[in-house]
Design a binder for this molecule. Structure first.
Ligand code: ZN
Length: 326
């Protein structure tokens, strides 16, 4: 009897473990996620292929990262699926503007996706082009107070995506995180980062990078694949050296080296991908000078101004205007 109880207990705990876990190949790979997680076969999944010839141009309020430079304790961990950076503090960076309007989203974690070679590794593609790596910076809507609560709401999360191309030269902005990778090769291991400026260096290499992006509504790219993410994908890729990218492939999953961890692209279905065309600085603020974004009231005017001034033709304006708002 005791053996049976122990055995049943083991099987139940093992079943829970299997249900809760996922991998990037084999029986629990991306093709099978939908068996355990219903939302992974939804209609608005990520990643997608962004085709530039069908994106809609738009001009949104200025996207702003706040409190990136405050002193904090950073640490990175290997959770068996990726390398993740977190903060040991309740005072966290946040983001407003762009497609988020005046709603503030709070930093939760950032993590990386990579491939078995430098020709693949990103999750979203642009014009069918796969980048060597992709960085995801995850924020939850401040009003929901936590990531766990936010993933139950359609506007719960926003994720910034930075693409990386391979180059011959090291990118020193990423040196502190990559130099720490040998310390977290084992699943479940973590280490603190001494560089207090790691987020500034990684996410703001050049302020202009922040305003040139694609944005669309999608999902988490890992189970439970919740369709709650406003994606913001920066168009201009950053660079990491071949050696820096290779360092990620030494990180282990429960099945051995984690050689790749990107989900294949999903159907776009009825979604529209927008490309932000930044307005001149003066026009990205409200008339009251508060600098606070007001997405919805400014949306049609900003769009009209951009399309009119960039295309110099009423027809282009009308076609784009109607297709966005119908
Ligand atoms: Zn990710």
């Amino acid at each position: 009897m005791e053996i049976h109880v122990v055995l049943i207990g083991f099987l139940l705990s093992h079943a829970n473990l299997v249900l809760a876990d996922f991998t990037y190949e084999g029986l629990h790979g991306p093709q099978h996620w939908g068996k355990d997680y219903d939302e992974c076969v939804g209609k608005h999944q990520s990643p997608i292929n962004i085709e530039e010839h069908i994106v809609k141009n738009i001009s949104l309020p200025k996207l702003e990262l706040l409190e990136l430079d405050s002193q904090r304790d950073f640490y990175i961990e290997n959770n068996g699926h990726t390398v993740m950076l977190k903060i040991n503090s309740t005072k966290r960076p946040s983001i407003i503007g762009g497609p988020l309007g005046s709603h503030e989203y709070v930093f939760e974690q950032l993590h990386f996706h990579w491939g078995a070679n430098d020709h693949e590794g990103s999750e979203d593609l642009i014009n069918n082009h796969s980048f060597a790596m992709e960085l995801h910076v995850v924020f939850y809507k401040k009003t929901y107070k936590s990531l766990q609560e936010a993933i139950h709401h359609s506007d719960g999360l926003t994720v910034l995506a930075y693409f990386f191309e391979a180059s011959d030269d090291d990118n020193h902005n990423y040196a502190s995180i990559i130099d720490s990778l040998p310390d977290i090769e084992a699943v479940g291991s973590s280490t603190s980062l001494r560089n207090q400026h790691v987020m500034e260096e990684m996410l703001l290499p050049n302020p202009s990078v922040l305003q040139d992006y694609f944005t669309y509504n999608g999902s988490l790219t890992t189970p439970p694949c919740s369709e709650v993410v406003t994606w913001i994908d920066f168009k201009e890729p950053l660079r990491l050296s071949h050696n820096q990218i290779a360092a990620f492939r030494n990180v282990h999953s429960p099945d051995g080296k984690l050689l790749h961890n990107f989900r294949p692209i999903q159907p776009l279905e009825d979604r529209v991908v927008y490309h932000n065309i930044p307005l001149p600085e003066d026009n990205s603020h409200n008339a009251d000078g508060s600098g606070q974004s007001r997405l919805h009231p400014s949306f049609p005017f900003a769009l009209g101004a951009v399309l009119f001034t960039t295309h110099h033709g009423m027809c282009a304006y009308c076609i784009n205007f109607l297709s966005v708002f119908r």
